[in-house]
Ligand binder design. Structure first.
Ligand SMILES: Cc1ncc(COP(=O)(O)O)c(C=O)c1O
Length: 373
């Protein structure tokens, strides 16, 4: 059996986690280490660990002070958290269709959907391959609208040399079980905007100025605005920090796995009319996942049964957001985002994880190649 996924793990995690469990570190020590690591590696002025990417997105929505009725443009092809964070603030979600090549939000759709009521544009870099950020940023800047990057898939991916998650006003990353770096549940919020950073720092500390107090800038801390608790447990930050020390090695392993799928399936894909991922020029992927676009929904379902019957894990996602029960209750209709609807019906994902061995991957490739639609 080759499973669909396994979390990334490194041997040093146990040592760092036990330092926290044994009380050998100061409170929040590994959170500060992770924050510093990300500030340096991503070149941002503010980075803070959160309990999940979902929470980092919620923090972004709170920092923007999204109000009921504000319109927020989100891709129709994404995970629910991208949309929920803004829905929770009462926003009116405007679902944008995606590009057929990268499955990322289509800048032409963003241009069409921007209105005087648009308060935010949210993008998601699918599979860790960058959205077409230049046109999106031009549209947003011309209209004075902030862009939020759901970078759940895209840690260490770049666009024209710039780290994904740092191009818009704010970025949100995930360290959930399936991600390249994983502490089971975890997230990261980043921004280069000092005002948003100041707001985020207060919101994440229950609406208090405790962070300034901890830096010695105040002699007491107080409740100063609405807030919540978006802090990561230090045990999880310790686990993550151990993995971050091996970031290059982990990314390199995943890059090799992605490239072996690309080359090992290329001729089979052409024969079968299957589409492999496109990597546009100037984009360096984060190597988060691998996917194939089957010629039809029927062939997708048959492919998944074929994989199951050969003991190889495989999965599909996402259900087009506007066609989910929630999306429909917000007015979504079939045909609103045709490219998303087609991708959602035909995408499959083979096993992809840091420690997928060469022989496991050979087996997966052999099973895939034996599928003849
Ligand atoms: C695109 C996207 N955004 C957000 C999330 C939510 O991340 P988390 O589970 O860390 O809250 C996910 C989860 O996998 C995701 O795929």
């Amino acid at each position: 059996m080759v499973p669909f996924g396994r979390p990334t793990r490194v041997p040093e995690e146990l040592e760092l986690v036990s330092q926290v469990l044994l009380g050998q570190t100061a409170s929040g020590h590994f959170n500060r280490e992770c924050d510093r690591f990300f500030r340096e590696r991503l070149g941002v002025s503010y980075a803070t660990m959160t309990p999940s990417c979902t929470h980092a997105l919620e923090l972004a929505a709170l920092a923007l002070e999204i109000q009921p009725g504000d319109e927020v443009i989100v891709p129709a092809f994404t995970f629910t958290s991208t949309a929920n964070a803004f829905l929770l603030r009462g926003a009116r979600l405007i679902f944008a269709d995606i590009r057929p090549d990268t499955l990322n939000i289509d800048p032409a759709e963003v241009r069409r959907l921007v209105s005087p009521r648009t308060r935010a544009i949210v993008v998601m870099h699918y599979a860790g391959i960058a959205c077409d950020m230049d046109p999106i940023m031009s549209i947003a800047e011309a209209a004075g609208i902030p862009v939020i990057e759901d970078a759940a898939h895209s840690l260490f991916g770049t666009y024209q040399g710039r780290p994904l998650g740092t191009i818009g006003a704010m970025g949100a990353f995930s360290f959930q079980y399936t991600k390249n770096f994983s502490c089971d549940e975890g997230g990261l919020f980043v921004t280069n905007n000092p005002e948003l950073a100041e707001l985020a720092e207060i919101i994440r500390e229950k609406g208090t100025n405790r962070s300034q107090f901890l830096r010695g800038l105040l002699h007491k801390y107080e409740w100063v605005r609405e807030g919540s608790s978006y802090l990561m447990a230090d045990v999880l930050a310790a686990q993550l920090f151990a993995q971050l020390a091996r970031a290059e090695e982990i990314q390199e392993k995943r890059k090799i796995i992605f490239q072996r799928y690309q080359t090992g399936l290329a001729d089979w894909a052409v024969d079968q009319g299957v589409r492999q991922p496109t990597i546009p020029e100037g984009c360096d992927p984060a190597w988060h996942l691998y996917y194939l676009i089957m010629p039809s929904e029927d062939l997708r379902d048959r492919f998944l049964s074929h994989m199951r019957s050969h003991d190889v894990g495989a999965a599909f996602h996402y259900i087009a957001l506007h066609l989910t029960p929630m999306g429909r209750s917000l007015g979504g209709q079939p045909g609103d985002a045709p490219v998303t609807e087609q991708a959602a019906a035909s995408l499959v994902r083979p096993p992809f994880y840091t420690d997928l061995t060469e022989s496991e991957q050979d087996r997966v490739i052999e099973v895939i190649r034996s599928f003849n639609g």
